[in-house]
Design a binder for this molecule. Structure first.
Ligand code: ADP
Ligand code: MG
Length: 273
């Protein structure tokens, strides 16, 4: 398949469609501190269904923490997060939930996550990395789980590597398996935390292509943190630039990246690739 390049017209058409969609993720006045160090400092973010948003910003600006909160891996001090209209939150009652119950709730809310270091199970084949959690966490039978894993491996172009262990796959292939695994329970939103940062430069494109296909062919909503400006430009509809736990500037990817308004955004972009 030829690489997918979106023209400015394509981008405008996508933006117009997305603007009419419902809200997928809404973050309001989110605050979180570690030992008095304010990591999220009243952050607001709205992401519409089908939108791909890239979070840029210096190291320590709060990108991973924000994603971990949206995935409910972390608690926060105040503010609200809604996914598909459902409010997430650990109140006093929910704090007594077992880890299993929290995992179930997360699965029901429909958020999937992909990490910089892939986090695959090293002793399981590519296919079992996908089918296993479908059985253990989502209660699918062996046949159904394997059918779904096979279908997802095909979608990320790795049918021929189904039986390979992670250490026999390239970094790009491992990340594609991790994406397939995150998609297996059919999340409404996929969060990707620096998905290409651990990859050799020549392996970035194959992961970029998979992410683009998900955006264009499947209309998947994605929030992607990255420090690779070119990657953000090629994959995102919109970029948000974080600094000090707030969004300093956001807008259409092309606009913000080519003519940033905030001096800190401009300075950040000038030192990036
Ligand atoms: P980014 O992903 O943008 O690099 P992070 O969200 O990882 O930023 O981190 C934001 C800030 O929060 C950093 O200053 C980091 O040191 C701090 N931080 C993150 N996780 C923890 C933790 N578990 N305990 C204490 N401080 C943390
Ligand atoms: Mg991070």
């Amino acid at each position: 398949t030829p690489p997918l390049a979106l023209s400015l017209e394509d981008r405008a058409r996508r933006a117009a469609t997305i603007a009419r969609n419902n809200i997928a993720v809404e973050v309001k006045d989110l605050r979180k501190a570690y030992d008095g160090n304010r990591v999220l400092d009243g952050l607001d973010l709205t992401v519409r269904i089908g939108e791909v948003i890239a979070l840029l910003g210096p190291s320590g600006s709060g990108k991973s923490t924000l994603l971990r909160c949206i995935n409910h891996l972390e608690n926060w001090d105040s503010g609200e997060i809604r996914v598909g209209g459902r409010k997430l939150g650990f109140d006093e009652k929910e704090r007594k939930l077992t880890p299993r119950a929290i995992a179930n709730e997360r699965a029901n809310v429909g958020v999937g996550m992909v990490f910089q270091q892939f986090n695959l199970f090293g002793h399981l084949s590519a296919k079992e990395n996908i089918a296993g959690p479908l059985r253990w966490v989502h209660g699918l039978g062996r046949f159904e789980a394997e059918r779904r894993a096979t279908e997802l491996l095909d979608r990320v172009g790795l049918s021929h590597r189904a039986d390979a262990l992670p250490r026999h796959l390239s970094g790009g292939q491992q990340q594609r398996v991790a994406i397939a695994r995150a998609l297996a329970p059919n999340p409404s939103v996929l969060l990707l935390d620096e998905p290409t940062s651990a990859l050799d430069p020549e392996l970035v494109n194959e992961v970029l292509e998979v992410i683009r296909r998900l955006a264009i062919d499947d209309g998947l909503t994605m929030i992607i943190s990255t420090h690779q400006v070119r990657f953000a430009d090629e994959v995102a509809d919109r970029v948000a630039f974080l600094n000090g736990g707030v969004i300093l500037e956001e807008g259409p990817a092309h606009e913000v990246l080519s003519s940033p308004r905030h001096p800190l955004t401009a300075r950040f972009l000038s030192v990036m690739d």
